[in-house]
Design a protein. Structure first.
Length: 252
C-alpha cells in the first residue's frame, strides 16, 4: 500500500471517530507497527493529528470534495478578484495554458478571449464546456470522470498530460498547511495536479483565503514550487503561521 493511501486511511478513521490506536491501524493497513508510527509522526508534523499513548487523535478539520455546483457558489467575489489579478499579471499572447478543475480557476475564463494564439488544456469538463461556449479551442486528456468535481482523473489522464510542457498552469487547492504543502481530498486529483506542476514553466495557485484554515488527505505540491499563490486577505491569526514569500494577498 502506498504511503498516501495509508495516510488517507488514518485520517479517514480519525475523521470518523476522533481517536485511533496503532494496533487498529496496523490491522486496517496491513502495515508494520514501525511503519504506522512513522506515518503518525509525519502527520503530526503536518499539524493533522496529535500523538497520544498508543495512538493518535485528530487536530485539524479535514475538508472533503463538494459537488461542483456547490463549490461554485462559495466566495464568489473573492474568486472574481483573484482571477482579475491573475489575468493581468500572468496571461500573455501565444501561451500554452493548463486550467485545472478548481472553481476559482474557472473565473479566469472570461479573460482568455482577450489574448491571441492561446492553446488551452483542462481536465475539467465544466471548464471545457464554458470555453467551448466562448468558441475557444480546448483540449482534454483521456481519463475517468470524477462525478463530484467533474474532473478527468486516473492513469490515462496523468500519462496524457506528461507529454506536454505548459507555459502556465492555473491550479486550485483545497487546503494549505503552514509548511506550505498544498492538499486536496482526492489522491486521483492530487496525482494530476502534481504532474502538471512538474510540467509548467510558471505555476499559479488560485484560492480564496478560507483554504488556509483547512487540511486534506493528499499532498500534491508545496508553495516553494510555485510562481505564486494568489489569494484574498488572510486573517492575521492565520498569516503568522505562513512565511512563504510567494503568497500574494489581494485587498478586496
Amino acid at each position: 500500500m502506498l504511503t498516501e493511501q495509508r495516510y488517507q486511511i488514518i485520517l479517514q478513521l480519525l475523521a470518523n471517530q476522533q481517536i485511533c490506536k496503532i494496533n487498529e491501524l496496523v490491522r486496517l493497513t496491513d502495515a508494520s507497527e514501525s511503519t504506522i508510527r512513522r506515518d503518525l509522526d509525519e502527520l503530526e508534523k503536518q499539524g493533522l493529528l496529535e500523538r497520544i499513548h498508543g495512538g493518535a487523535r485528530l487536530l485539524a478539520h479535514l475538508t472533503t470534495d463538494q459537488a461542483q455546483t456547490d463549490r461554485e457558489q462559495l466566495h464568489r467575489s473573492e474568486k472574481s478578484k483573484i482571477a482579475e489579478y491573475v489575468a493581468q499579471q500572468y496571461l500573455r499572447q501565444q501561451q500554452f495554458i493548463f486550467l485545472d478543475s478548481g472553481t476559482t480557476v474557472q473565473e479566469i475564463i472570461p479573460y482568455l478571449s482577450e489574448f491571441r494564439g492561446l492553446t488551452l488544456m483542462t481536465n475539467s469538463i465544466t471548464t471545457a464546456a464554458r470555453l467551448s461556449e466562448m468558441e475557444l479551442t480546448v483540449n482534454l486528456p483521456a481519463g475517468r470522470l470524477k462525478n463530484d468535481t467533474k474532473a478527468l482523473v486516473g492513469a490515462p489522464t496523468v500519462n496524457d498530460l506528461a507529454q506536454y510542457q505548459f507555459d502556465l498552469a492555473l491550479i486550485g487547492t483545497n487546503a494549505i498547511a503552514p509548511s506550505g504543502d498544498l492538499m486536496t481530498p482526492s489522491i486521483d486529483e492530487a496525482s494530476v495536479k502534481k504532474l502538471v506542476l512538474s510540467r509548467a514553466k510558471q505555476a499559479v495557485v488560485m484560492t480564496d483565503a478560507s483554504k488556509f484554515s483547512e487540511m486534506a488527505f493528499a499532498t500534491f505540491g508545496n508553495l516553494q514550487q510555485l510562481t505564486a499563490l494568489v489569494t484574498n486577505h488572510i486573517p492575521e491569526k492565520i498569516r503568522q503561521h505562513y512565511h512563504q514569500a510567494n503568497i500574494k494577498e489581494l485587498t478586496l
